[in-house]
Design a protein around this ligand. Structure first.
Ligand SMILES: [Zn+2]
Length: 162
C-alpha cells in the first residue's frame, strides 16, 4: 500500500489543533498524530487536551517529507524555522521529563534564536551529555544542597519514586 505524505499546506498556521482535529484534517488515526508527537512534533505545555500550533504542525510535516536528507546527528536538534539540524547555542539544552522514560529536550537555535524541541529517551541522556550541557528542571534535583547530577557516566536516579 502506498503511503501518502500529509500535505503541510493544508494546515492553517495561525490556528491551534487538537489531536482529533489533526487526525480529521489528514484522515489519519489519532495514534498516528500521537506518533508524530513522539517523533518531535511540538505540543503546547501544560495543556489538556493536547494542543498543537498550526505553525509547528506545518513545519513538522515539511520536515518529515525531507528528513532523510537532513537527519540530526547526536547533539543536534532540528530547527523548524531554519529547516535544518542545528547544534544548540552554547551547546546548552534543557531537559523536561514527560514520563520516567522520555522527555523533551529544548534548546535555542544559534542562527535564528527560535526554540528547538526534540523528544529524547532518558537512556540517551548519558550519551547526549557528552555533547551538550543539559539542564534539568529544579524538581529533578534533590532538595537541599546536593550537587547537580553528573552526566559523565554515573547518572543515578535511585532517589526517584521513593
Ligand atoms: Zn533556526
Amino acid at each position: 500500500m502506498k503511503r501518502r505524505h500529509p500535505n503541510p499546506k493544508r494546515v492553517k498556521i495561525h490556528r491551534n489543533y487538537t489531536v482529533e482535529e489533526v487526525a480529521a484534517l489528514f484522515l489519519v488515526h489519532k495514534n498516528t498524530v500521537r506518533r508524530w508527537v513522539k517523533e518531535g512534533l511540538p505540543v503546547c505545555d501544560n495543556h489538556r487536551p493536547m494542543l498543537i500550533l498550526g505553525h509547528d504542525l506545518a513545519a513538522f510535516l515539511s520536515f518529515r517529507r525531507t528528513r532523510n536528507k537532513k537527519k540530526c546527528k547526536l547533539g543536534e536538534l532540528y530547527c523548524f524555522k531554519c529547516r535544518a539540524p542545528r547544534v544548540p547555542a552554547e551547546n546548552m539544552a534543557d531537559y523536561t521529563p514527560q514520563t520516567d522514560l522520555v522527555g523533551n529536550l529544548s534548546a535555542i537555535c544559534p542562527d535564528c534564536h527560535s526554540i528547538m524541541n526534540k523528544r529524547v529517551n532518558r537512556s540517551k541522556l548519558d550519551e547526549l551529555g557528552g555533547k551538550l550541557d543539559i539542564t534539568f528542571p529544579p524538581e529533578e534535583r534533590h532538595i537541599g544542597e546536593s550537587p547537580k547530577p553528573s552526566l559523565n557516566g554515573d547518572f543515578s536516579y535511585e532517589e526517584e519514586n521513593v
